[in-house]
Design a binder for this molecule. Structure first.
Ligand code: UDP
Length: 360
């Protein structure tokens, strides 16, 4: 590489209250010659103090990150969003510190790098990994108690929870394949279903309650054929309660950062199915680095076929590989709890911040 390249990253304007900044560092496996940029979109609930940018991180990660795994806005250097990233990148070192919803055991090398690397390069803002922070209390709405009652009747670790976050949408063709794949897998599932959209994977972000009945898009006879094994939930389910229920044994997720952390906190292994924004990068971390997720392959049209879905669903829920992934996820769950305990790294990071603020 002869010139210095720039990379920009924008977090999903979804439900996240904190930003998974840490993925940026992972991207630098390839990119130690890159200037990395990070901005918070104005529509996001993320605090503006986190308008922070990353620059010149050292090497030292374990796996390569390919261009296709970078967030969408970074794929096109001619886009306006990309240019905004670059503009803000110049301000990275002006930040007084970064609060990150992660924890040291989850991403030790990335955190180290954000702190200036193993050779302690000067000039990096202090990093406060204070997670995993997840909501507590009910998130269920109208469908809450029905889901939990249904789970109460299922065997331990036997149910796959399927959800693409607050706004993720599949195409009609993909929805059909997923339905048939779930049916053919013969596993139990709870599926939070949104109406399909062939133009945009984030279609329901801006129309949280679709007026169309999503069940009308399912294959003919699907509901009847799967009624003993599957619970279909329109639009929204009590995700946190579902993931913390003992019957939940897997989560097919779009890899939003909140969903990722909620799964880790509850020790539920994953099928990584990213749709847009930074989700592909998160999926890469979950599969290649942490190895707590399986990732289905799509075909030349970008659709994941029913056979591939059967393969990953059975692989996770009843396969040997699934057992290994489940054990690994349980260890990660313990690490997460430890980070938040009295002497844990995240508790210490918050204390350090408090002391610093008091002294200012
Ligand atoms: N969520 C939920 N029920 C749903 C879908 C989502 O409670 O049916 C919650 C989920 O628990 C998480 C948030 O919405 O806290 C989704 O955030 P995430 O960062 O995973 O994805 P995003 O929606 O921002 O793409």
């Amino acid at each position: 590489m002869t010139e210095k390249h720039h990379i920009a990253m924008m977090p999903s304007p979804g439900m996240g209250h904190f930003i998974p900044l840490i993925e940026l560092a992972k991207q630098l496996v390839l990119c130690h010659e890159f200037l990395v940029t990070f901005i918070v979109p104005t529509v996001s609930p993320v605090p503006t103090a986190l308008k922070t940018l990353l620059q010149n991180l050292p090497q030292g990660f374990r796996y390569p990150v390919h261009g296709k795994d970078l967030p969408e806005p970074m794929q096109n250097r001619n886009s306006d969003i990309y240019k905004v990233f670059l503009k803000h990148s110049e301000r990275y070192r002006l930040a007084d510190g970064l609060l990150i919803n992660t924890f040291v055991d989850l991403e030790p090398e990335a955190i180290k790098s954000l702190q200036g690397g193993y050779d302690h390069q000067p000039g990096f803002p202090p990093i406060y990994p204070i997670g995993p922070l997840v909501q507590d209390g009910s998130s269920g709405g109208a469908n809450g108690s029905e889901c939990i009652k249904w789970l109460d009747d299922q065997a331990r670790d036997s149910v796959l929870y399927v959800s693409f976050g607050s706004g993720g949408t599949l195409s009609q063709a993909q929805l059909i394949e997923l339905a048939l794949g779930l049916e053919l897998s013969e596993q139990k599932f709870i599926w939070v279903l949104k109406s399909p959209d062939d133009k945009s994977a984030r279609a329901s972000f801006f129309s949280a309650q679709s007026n169309t009945d999503p069940f009308g898009f399912l294959p003919l006879g699907f509901l009847e054929r799967t009624k003993e094994r599957g619970l279909m939930v329109p639009s929204w389910a009590p995700q946190i309660e579902i993931l913390s229920h003992g019957s939940s044994g897997g989560f097919l997720t779009h890899c939003g950062w909140n969903s990722t952390l909620e799964s880790i906190v509850n020790g539920v292994p994953l099928i990584a199915w990213p749709l847009f924004a930074e989700q592909r990068t998160n999926a890469l971390v979950l599969t290649d680095d942490l190895k707590v997720a399986l990732r289905p392959k799509d075909d030349e049209n970008g659709v994941v076929g029913r056979e591939e879905i059967v393969k990953v669903v059975k692989g996770l829920m009843v396969g040997e590989e699934g057992d290994v992934i489940r054990d690994r996820m349980k260890l990660l769950k313990e690490s997460a709890a430890k980070a938040l305990s009295e002497d844990g790294t995240s508790t210490k990071a918050i204390s350090e911040l408090v002391v610093r603020l008091k002294n200012q």
